[in-house]
Design a protein around this ligand. Structure first.
Ligand SMILES: NC(=O)c1ccc[n+]([C@@H]2O[C@H](COP(=O)([O-])OP(=O)(O)OC[C@H]3O[C@@H](n4cnc5c(N)ncnc54)[C@H](OP(=O)(O)O)[C@@H]3O)[C@@H](O)[C@H]2O)c1
Length: 319
């Protein structure tokens, strides 16, 4: 990856992976960038690990609107508090924390800023790599199942792309809640999804899930398109389809006497703390499939974009 030298001193700058244009993986640049300054309600973090999410390459390609350029990539981080905004009372310098960066900041960096509302203390038994894998994927799964679908014990839930970053957490959260969990995955991922606690796993390449599943209370749609289209028929009347990919058409939901809801994750530090507690107690596993150094962000995004990684991809930021 191209490396550029800034004219600032080393203490004013840090390494980061930025884009100056929208496009393919080759627009990613590993370079020196100004160290961000925390606003009164933000903390400055020395990042140790950065989580990779599909939204990162979607932003890079310009699919998520035109973010101001240049832009440091990534949202999820784990690291150590370097300095505090003037209003911050929740954290101290030196605390190990993880969470989601501020809109104008980026996680693929040595330094990032984050509002305190998006951050939780990192438990000592959770390392930075696993903590950085949690924020967006686990919060999305949590909020889709519990805040939006209000999943209850004994209900039946169909989770699409159950081997993915979001799906893998969703399977475990739904099982922890006491639901009957059905996941879709390819043959190579079936054992993995079962190991997460799924009661049934459907090989989506061999079996049409709508032929194998019925009377579901909740469909978690992490794929959109024809998967969403084919999901309406598996729901029982009064059920709910929650999509994190594309807004479900109202008329489809009405025709099947169910609800269809589109959801965007909310970066809540309080929920992250709750999720981390489940991890520490061994009730939820964080599956990190690929760990790469920060300067290999291009490879990380290419893998993410392949759409077939199990669990999470994490970049390690070397000191
Ligand atoms: N709205 C929001 O706030 C929000 C938040 C987070 C994520 N998202 C979006 O949600 C989507 C999923 O995110 P993610 O992080 O979970 O992605 P991911 O980790 O890249 O998902 C990869 C997984 O998808 C599985 N998969 C691919 N095609 C499939 C199919 N037809 N049926 C079943 N499984 C399939 C693959 O399993 P196999 O290898 O077994 O095929 C792979 O394990 C992305 O589009 C992301 O941008 C939205």
């Amino acid at each position: 990856m191209e490396e550029t030298m800034a004219t600032m001193t080393a203490t004013d700058t840090g390494k980061a992976v930025r884009i100056h244009d929208f496009g393919g993986p080759d627009v990613l640049r590993y370079e020196d960038v100004p160290k961000p300054e925390p606003t009164p309600d933000e903390i400055l973090v020395r990042v140790h690990a950065a989580g990779v999410n599909p939204v990162d390459w979607k932003i890079r390609e310009g699919h998520m609107g035109k973010v101001p350029l240049p832009s440091v990539m990534g949202s999820d981080f784990s690291g150590v508090v370097e300095s505090l905004g003037t209003h911050v009372k929740e954290f101290n310098v030196g605390d190990a924390v993880f969470g989601v960066v501020a809109e104008e900041s980026g996680g693929y960096a040595e330094y990032a800023v984050a509002p305190v509302s998006r951050v939780a203390k990192k438990p000592a038994s959770l390392d930075h790599v696993h903590a950085a894998a949690l924020p967006t994927a686990s919060l999305t799964a949590w909020q889709a199942l519990f805040d939006t679908a209000e999943l209850q014990a004994g209900q039946k839930v169909l989770i699409h792309a159950a081997a993915g970053g979001v799906g893998g957490f969703a399977v475990q959260f739904a099982k922890w809640k006491g639901a009957h969990v059905i996941g879709t995955a390819s043959a190579q991922s079936i054992a993995y999804v079962r190991s997460l606690g799924a009661d049934e796993v459907i090989d989506y390449r061999q079996t049409k899930f709508e032929d194998a599943v019925r009377d579901v209370d909740v469909v978690f749609d992490t794929l959109g398109g024809e998967t969403q289209e084919r999901s309406w028929s598996v729901l029982k009347p009064g059920g709910i389809l929650v999509s994190i990919v594309s807004p479900p058409p109202k008329e489809k939901a009405t025709a099947h006497n169910v609800r269809g809801v589109f959801m965007v994750s909310n970066p809540r530090g309080d929920q992250l703390a709750r999720i981390a507690d489940l991890v520490v107690r061994g009730q939820v596993k964080v599956n990190v499939e690929v760990v790469l150094p920060l300067h290999e962000a291009r490879k990380a995004q290419e893998l993410s974009q392949s759409g077939h990684v199990h669990g999470k991809i994490v970049l390690v930021v070397e000191p």
